[in-house]
Design a protein. Structure first.
Length: 556
């Protein structure tokens, strides 16, 4: 027994190191291959701009085909796919699925779609991490494993181990940190970095010899003001992206998926033909922006074209990452803003734009700041932090990801809302089921004449957190929680429950439909509803978990 326990303890340490090495190796090899393909096409595009139409069609078709053929899924942002699995069914991501998603994303990037290769790296990392967990029976939760793989994949690609580690903690929620991946993602990121460093994987972003002014009141004021502007622009970016999502959904209903590919290919291909930097992964564009090799007119045109191409290409059939495109768009926005407002600090505006757009669009604060510091050093840390936090909070209610709730406490409600939405679209008849069919028909309850000690004993016996309270006629009065009872002074132990503050709770008739119960739960902060009969007697209890399990069974 002792040896098994020790092996499980060691396994939790060794597995992330193994994940980091294998993910670093796989991401490095994949990037060498697909980056090489892109460089060939990039040279051809410079010579023959009309090839942009062919390349974009190829990127969308080759990206969407594996997903449509093998998974029956639509392409989308890769981080959003990981978040979807993380919040709904982390154990269900198979190695085969992750490889298909990763291949789809890398093909999109290699053939000129304006998406980031971090999408393919993240999916590949999550798949490898999940496979190692399954093979070696690693005692780490599946959702933590997905984030560990994402962190290692990101690190191997960008050579930014601290940013990769923080990404695993910060990405799952808009306003909260996930602590469970802390150790495994740190270990996996470190080894993934070392592996990619040994393999000399090419750096995507290479910044050096940039002169940053010292911190001053002027620079702090610029950072704060620019953070506000960037937050507003982040909302505009997200709105444009969501607008193309709605347009694609409408076109799918009116026409077909091939028509969607045709429209997307023509639109993005045309943009690439007239403004070549609007397509492709944008490495050269980012370099030219950072080193101020663009005219302001060119920057404005590229910014507009890139906003449209990035927003449309994924919604119209391609797959990939949106973090790098948001950084590139942020650099252009910073360049234009700095040129118009304060040219003396132009390079500062560009760097602030890169960080703040990542913060505002992707709902990250720590990652953009550390990412920029890992690229260029620490002299701009304070301005980056001020501007990124400002942009983040200005655009807080808006996110590019479907599957990114506000905080960890919302996770159950978030899952309930997702399954409810799915049921409305696919099986609305399921929601007409009577509450009586799903509820616990034998709820544990206590009479209000009983004491606090009696309630404690009952809660301990039944291992439950809330206890319904009834009167002598068994009519429902409300409930008490174990947290409330634990907060009472010792002298209250002999008091009858009738003298305490009994919470009313949510109630619903046993004749009500499941749809009514879900909508009532979504409107409140409660995760359980008490079901009563015509005599106001407690007939049963239905919880958030009961509903999710039922919908998962019948809808899936």
């Amino acid at each position: 027994m002792t040896s098994k326990f020790r092996w499980e303890e060691i396994n939790v340490w060794i597995a992330p190191l193994m994940m980091g090495i294998l993910i670093g190796l796989a991401v490095s090899i994949s990037f060498y291959i697909f980056y090489g393909i892109w460089k060939i096409f990039e040279e051809a595009l410079v010579k023959i701009p009309k090839l942009s139409f062919s390349f974009i069609f190829l990127s969308i078709i080759l990206s969407s085909l594996p997903l449509r053929m093998f998974l029956k899924r639509r392409p989308k942002d890769s981080f959003d796919i990981i978040l979807e699995y993380y919040h709904t069914s982390p154990a269900s991501l198979s190695f085969k699925e992750s490889l298909i998603y990763s291949l789809s994303s890398f093909l999109s990037f290699a053939f000129g779609a304006p998406v980031g290769p971090e999408g393919g790296a993240a999916m590949l990392g999550s798949g490898i991490a999940k496979k190692i967990k399954d093979i070696f029976k690693v005692n780490i939760e599946s959702n933590t494993i997905l984030l560990t793989g994402l962190a290692a994949g990101f690190t191997a690609l960008f050579k930014a181990p601290i940013s990769g580690f923080l990404l695993a903690l910060e990405l799952p929620y808009k306003g909260d940190l996930e602590k469970d991946p802390f150790l495994p993602s740190a270990l996996a990121s470190a080894t993934a970095y070392l592996t990619s460093f040994v393999l000399k994987t090419p750096s995507i972003i290479f910044v050096q010899n940039i002169q940053i002014p010292g911190v001053s009141m002027t620079l702090i004021a610029i950072s704060l003001g620019f953070g506000v502007l960037s937050g507003i622009f982040s909302i505009a970016f997200i709105s444009i992206y969501k607008g193309f999502t709605y347009l694609a959904q409408r076109l799918m209903k009116l026409a077909s998926f091939p028509m969607l590919i045709l429209i997307g290919g023509l639109l993005v291909g045309f943009l690439g033909y007239i403004i070549q930097p609007s397509i492709g992964p944008g490495f050269l564009l980012l370099n030219n922006t950072i080193y101020m090799k663009l005219s302001v007119l060119a920057a404005i045109l590229i910014l507009i074209a890139r906003l449209v191409s990035v927003s449309s290409v994924i919604n119209f059939g391609a797959s990939g990452g949106l973090l790098l495109p948001s950084i590139e768009i942020g650099a252009l926005f910073g360049y234009i803003t700095g040129y118009l407002i304060y040219p003396k600090y132009l390079v500062v505006f560009v760097l602030l734009g890169m960080a703040t757009m990542a913060a505002g669009v992707n709902k990250l604060v720590l990652v953009p700041v550390t990412f920029m510091l890992e690229l260029i050093g620490g002299s701009i840390a304070i301005p980056l932090l001020i501007a990124s936090i400002t942009s983040y909070f200005i655009s807080y209610k808006f996110t590019i990801y479907e599957y990114q709730p506000s905080n960890k406490l919302d996770k159950g409600t978030f899952a309930l809302e997702r399954f409810y939405t799915k049921a409305l679209k696919t099986s609305p008849e399921v929601l007409e089921t009577s509450v009586r069919e799903i509820m616990n028909k034998e709820p544990v309850y206590i009479e209000h004449t009983k004491t606090v000690s009696d309630a404690f004993n009952l809660l301990r016996q039944k291992t439950i957190k809330t206890l319904p309270v009834v009167n002598e006629e068994k009519a429902f009065l409300g409930y008490i929680s174990i947290e409330y009872l634990a907060s009472l002074p010792e002298r209250y132990r002999s008091l009858p429950l009738a003298e305490l503050e009994i919470k009313k709770g949510l109630i619903i008739s046993e004749k009500s439909k499941l749809k009514d119960a879900i909508e009532l739960m979504l409107r409140s902060d409660e995760d359980h509803i008490f079901v009563i009969n015509e005599k106001w007697e407690l007939a049963g209890v239905i919880t958030e978990v009961d509903i999710i399990r039922y919908l998962l069974r019948v809808v899936s």
